[in-house]
Structure formats: structure tokens, C-alpha cells
Write a protein that binds this ligand. Sequence first.
Ligand SMILES: O=C[C@H](O)COP(=O)(O)O
Length: 255
Amino acid sequence: MRKKIVAGNWKMNLNLEDGKNLVAGILAGNPALTESKQVVIAPPFIHLLQTGVQIENQQYISLGAQNCHFEASGAFTGEVSAAMLQSAGVQYVIIGHSERREYFNETDSQLAQKTDLALHNGLKVIFCCGEPLDIRDADTQNDYVAAQIKAGLFHLDATSLKDIVIAYEPIWAIGTGRTATAAQAQEMHAHIRQIVAAQYGNDVANDMSILYGGSCKPANAAELMACPDVDGGLIGGASLKAEEFLGIIDAMIKS
Ligand SMILES: O=C[C@H](O)COP(=O)(O)O
């Protein structure tokens, strides 16, 4: 069953007290979530245990992490493994965010390794893709995104795809206030679903949740989420305020 999901990626924001208050504010909103309309909260690593306790009785709100290392364990000072995340109660991990690809030089093969380790440890993966502005201006975004998805996911068997969510995040729309239009989002999401269908068949593709990320706010969420191939959002800035995050969740619930 294809789920709609709104995932909050806090990035490197909020201290423990602010994080606790934010989660309390989201819970106070008591969104009408269901099996098919769910929320993921992905705070920085240091928040995971605290946030996990706050949402432990929430059937449809899951705990996410923003990254894991591409090796299972070892001498990697400052890093966190997929197995550690699993042991902390994490259910989702974001892999391949453009900020990690760009600022930490993460390669396609490392992202494929991370995906394997996450799945091996029982985590679901939110796998990010998306083109920079020069690629969009050259109108080659479809090939660019297809290559990212093939490199990151196409070594997996069809059964594993049930634990993969794809997030399309055009880099030119992240944190810029410039959102992709609903038409641009729909076009790319349909393209992504077609890429998955060509490799794994229509059933797998139709079951896959494909999220949009990039300056999604309460004001534009309804229009984006009304698109037939947009199954929710990966939210950065607007996930840091309970009222805004709840507004986007509400748009997802009504879509
Ligand atoms: O992971 C979230 C995305 O990078 C979107 O961030 P944003 O909503 O601040 O544009």
C-alpha cells in the first residue's frame, strides 16, 4: 500500500530543550494520522533518544535519523552506524541528501553501501535525489535524477524496495524559498515512478512513496500534495515550528 508521509528533517538545528518543545507542540496538535498517512521526525542524532521517548506511543509517527555511516563499524571517529540507529529505536534513515552529497562528498557507491546497511539493520530508507540549478536550466534533470536512482538503488532486489521511500529535492528549491511548481514536481515524480517501474514492475512502483522536498510550507503544501505522484514531503525549515509542520501535515491528511 502506498503511504503518504510528511517527514521533518531538522538538519543541524535546535538544542535538546527546543527539540523537546517542538515535539510536544506537534503532539499537542494531535494530527489525524492513519496507516496510510504518517509522519516521520528526523532530528539530529543527539535528540534521537529523547524524541523516541516522546513519540513511543504514537502508532503513526516514526523516528528518523539524518544519516548513517557506510561501514558497519570501526575506527570512524564522530560517526554513527546503522546498527546503532536501530538499537536506539530509529525506524527511518535519510540517505543521499544533497547537503551530504555536496558538503561531505558522499559518492554514489557510499550511498549504495549505506542503503544496504540500513536495510540490513531493519531500517527504512528515505533516499534523496534532485538536480542543481544548472542541470534544471539545461533541461537535463530527468537523466540526472535517473542516474542518481540507478546508482543508489538498482542493485537491490524488488522485495527490498518496500522499505525505500524516494525524496525528490531539487537543490535550487532547498532553503531558498523557491519551490518547484506543482507541475514541475508532478512531472519529475511521474518520471521517477516510471524509472522504478521499468526496473521493478508497476506493482513495486505504484506502492512506492515519493516525497517532494524544497521550500514546502503550509501555503504551498496542498497544491503539491494534490499531485497524483506526490506522496508527501521531506520538510526542512518548516519542520522547525510546530504550527508550520502541523499545517503541512494537515495538507497531507486532506490530500
Ligand atoms: O530535507 C529537507 C529539504 O532539504 C528541504 O529543506 P527546506 O524545506 O528548508 O527547503
